[in-house]
Design a binder for this molecule. Structure first.
Ligand code: ADP
Length: 500
C-alpha cells in the first residue's frame, strides 16, 4: 500500500503497466516515466526519435494517434494489437495529448499495456481461444521435448553467468556413459571436456557471452571410462523478452569416426609420400650409379677399337659396334629414366595461357616444322590452372611426335584444339600420320615402349610416358584414338582449376 503523498511517476507507471513519454514536435523524447519492457520495447533514449525504438507493427498507429491529437488539440486514444520486439503478441492503449510549455508544443504519450485476450490471440495466431492456444503450446512443447530428448546428437544448455550445466538430452548421458541426468546437471560445463580442452571451454564461454553464438568449434569430450569423443559444437543463445542471454543451447555432433578415418587417411598419404620419395631417390641413385660402369664400358670399347684395330677381324669390329650402340642406347635410357623420375619435383602451378604456351612450342619446333613442311593449325585455347613448365613438355612431345610419325611423301597436317568438359579442359593434337594399331595404342604410354622400331627417327620411348605422368599430376587422363594409316588424335583432359 502506498502511504506517501508523493508517488513517483515511475512507480505509478510501473504499477499501471505503462510507460509515458514527453516528445517535442519532432517526436524526440524529452522525458520518460515507467519501464519500456511493459510494452515489449527494449529501451527509450532521451533526445532520440520515439520511432527509433518502437516495433514496426506499432509505428503507424502511434503516428496517427499523435497527429490526430495535434490536429484536434484533444486527448486521443487508440488500442492496438501488435508484435513486440521479441515476436510476442501484445496489446497496448496509446493515449496522446498535446501541451503548451513556454509557447512550445509537446506531446504527452502514454502506452498502457492491455491483456491479450481470446479475440486478439485469434486475430494474431488464428487460435479460437486461450485454452486452444495453451493446448497448442503444450503440444508444440511436448513435440520439442521429444525431439530434444530423442535426437541422436547431443544437446547441452548452460547458464552462462555460472557456467553450470542447466540441462541436456538423453544422448549426452548415453555418450558420456553416465547413469542419470543428475550426474551432469549443475556440474561446470568444462567437466565434460578433456583436461586439455578445459581452458578452451572457458574461453568459448566468454566468447559466447559476447557474441551470443558459437559456430563449428572442435572440442574433445571425455566419457566416464576415459574415452575421448571429438565433437563439433554449435551454440545459440536463449534470451529473455528484453534480449538478455539466459541460457546457451549447444548441439554437439560426434565426429570421432570421421576424425579417425581422416587420421588413417593422413597416415596412408604420409606413407605413400615417403614411399614415393624413396622410389624417386632409388631411381635417381640407380641412374647415377649405372652411368659410371657404362662410361667404363664405353671407354674400354674405344680403347679396344683403337689399340686392337688391326688385330680384330670384321666380326670383332661388328661386335665392338654393337657394344658401342648398346652403351649409347643405355646411356640415353638412363638419362630418360632420371628425367622421368624428376618430373614434378619443384613443379609450380599457376594460371597458364595455353594459347601463348602452344605458340612458343611451335616456335621452338620451327626448324623441324619448316623441314617437314608441316601445317600446324591451332584453335583458340583457354587459360588453365596448371604446372606450366610440365604442360609445355606435353605439347612439345605430342606435336613433335605428330611430325616424327608422319607418312612418307605426305605433308603433315596437325590440328590443336580444346573443349570444355565440366571441371576439365580436353585438349587434342590430331595428325594425318602413320597411325597406331588398337593393340599398340594401349602400350605406348609405358616407359621405353615403342612400336615403330622400323621408323628411321628412333626415339627412346619416354615422351608419352612423360606426358602421361604430367597429365596425371593434373588429375587428368591421356589417351589416343588412331588407325594404322589413318592418322592419330592424342587427347588429354586436365582440371581447369584447383581448390588450394
Ligand atoms: P618415342 O617417340 O621416343 O619412341 P614416345 O613415348 O613419344 O617415344 O612414343 C612411343 C611410341 O608411340 C612411338 O615409338 C610411336 O610408335 C608411337 N607414337 C607416338 N606418337 C605417335 C603418332 N603421332 N603417330 C603414330 N605413332 C605415334
Amino acid at each position: 500500500m502506498v502511504t506517501d503523498q508523493y508517488i513517483n511517476a515511475n512507480e505509478l507507471m510501473t504499477q499501471l503497466s505503462a510507460v509515458s513519454v514527453r516528445l517535442n514536435i519532432d517526436y524526440e523524447i524529452d522525458s520518460i516515466a515507467g519501464k519500456t519492457c511493459e510494452i515489449g520495447v527494449h529501451e527509450f533514449k532521451l533526445e532520440k526519435s520515439l520511432f527509433k525504438f518502437l516495433p514496426e507493427s506499432l509505428v503507424e498507429s502511434v503516428k496517427e494517434t499523435l497527429q490526430k491529437s495535434f490536429r484536434t488539440n484533444q486527448k486521443v486514444q487508440t488500442d492496438v494489437n501488435y508484435i513486440g520486439v521479441n515476436n510476442e503478441q501484445r496489446k497496448v492503449r496509446i493515449v496522446s495529448n498535446t501541451v503548451d510549455v513556454n509557447s512550445k508544443v509537446f506531446y504527452l504519450v502514454t502506452f498502457l499495456r492491455l491483456p491479450v485476450k481470446d479475440k486478439i490471440i485469434r486475430e494474431i495466431n488464428g487460435f479460437e481461444s486461450y485454452e486452444e492456444a495453451r493446448r497448442q503450446l503444450e503440444i508444440s512443447e511436448a513435440r520439442f521435448n521429444s525431439f530434444f530428448e530423442n535426437d541422436p546428437v547431443m544437446h547441452v544448455s548452460v547458464n552462462p553467468s555460472t557456467g553450470l550445466i542447466a540441462d541436456c538430452n538423453k544422448f549426452v548421458i548415453e555418450k558420456l556413459e553416465l547413469s542419470d541426468k543428475s550426474d551432469i546437471i549443475g556440474q561446470p560445463i568444462y567437466s565434460i571436456f578433456t583436461d586439455e580442452k578445459r581452458i578452451r571451454c572457458l574461453s568459448l564461454l566468454e566468447k559466447f557471452k559476447v557474441e551470443g553464438k558459437l559456430k563449428s568449434e572442435e572440442m574433445d569430450m571425455v566419457t566416464k571410462s576415459g574415452k575421448i569423443i571429438t565433437v563439433i559444437l554449435y551454440t545459440v543463445a536463449q534470451r529473455d523478452e528484453y534480449g538478455k542471454i539466459i541460457l546457451s543451447r549447444s548441439t554437439l555432433v560426434d565426429i570421432t569416426d570421421l576424425k579417425n578415418a581422416q587420421k588413417r587417411h593422413d597416415r596412408k598419404r604420409n606413407r605413400l609420400e615417403l614411399l614415393n620419395k624413396e622410389l624417386e631417390q632409388f631411381v635417381s641413385t640407380c641412374s647415377h650409379d649405372l652411368q659410371e660402369p657404362l662410361a667404363t664400358i664405353k671407354f674400354a670399347g674405344d680403347v679396344l677399337s683403337k689399340l686392337y684395330h688391326d688385330k680384330l677381324d670384321a666380326k670383332g669390329h661388328d661386335y665392338l659396334k654393337y657394344i658401342d650402340e648398346a652403351v649409347d642406347r643405355l646411356t640415353k635410357q638412363i638419362r630418360s629414366l632420371l628425367a622421368h623420375s624428376r618430373i614434378g619435383i619443384n613443379a609450380e602451378r599457376s594460371v597458364v595461357n595455353t594459347d601463348n604456351l602452344v605458340a612458343t612450342v611451335i616456335k621452338d619446333l620451327g626448324k623441324r616444322i619448316i623441314e617437314s613442311n608441316a601445317q600446324v593449325t591451332v584453335d583458340k585455347l583457354p587459360n588453365v590452372e596448371a604446372y606450366g613448365v610440365e604442360l609445355r613438355l606435353v605439347f612439345l612431345n605430342l606435336i613433335s611426335n605428330a611430325i616424327k610419325y608422319s607418312k612418307q611423301g605426305v605433308i603433315p597436317k596437325i590440328q590443336i584444339s580444346a573443349e570444355h568438359c565440366d571441371d576439365f579442359v580436353m585438349f587434342s593434337v590430331a595428325d594425318n600420320g602413320i597411325g597406331i594399331s588398337r593393340q599398340d595404342s594401349k602400350e605406348i604410354f609405358k616407359i621405353f615402349n615403342r612400336v615403330n622400331e622400323t621408323n628411321p627417327n628412333k626415339g627412346t620411348g619416354v615422351g608419352l610416358a612423360h606426358c602421361d605422368k604430367i597429365v596425371r599430376m593434373h588429375d587428368g587422363k591421356l589417351w589416343v584414338e588412331s588407325n594404322i594409316d589413318g592418322g592419330s588424335t592424342f587427347f588429354f583432359k586436365i582440371k581447369k582449376s584447383y581448390d588450394l
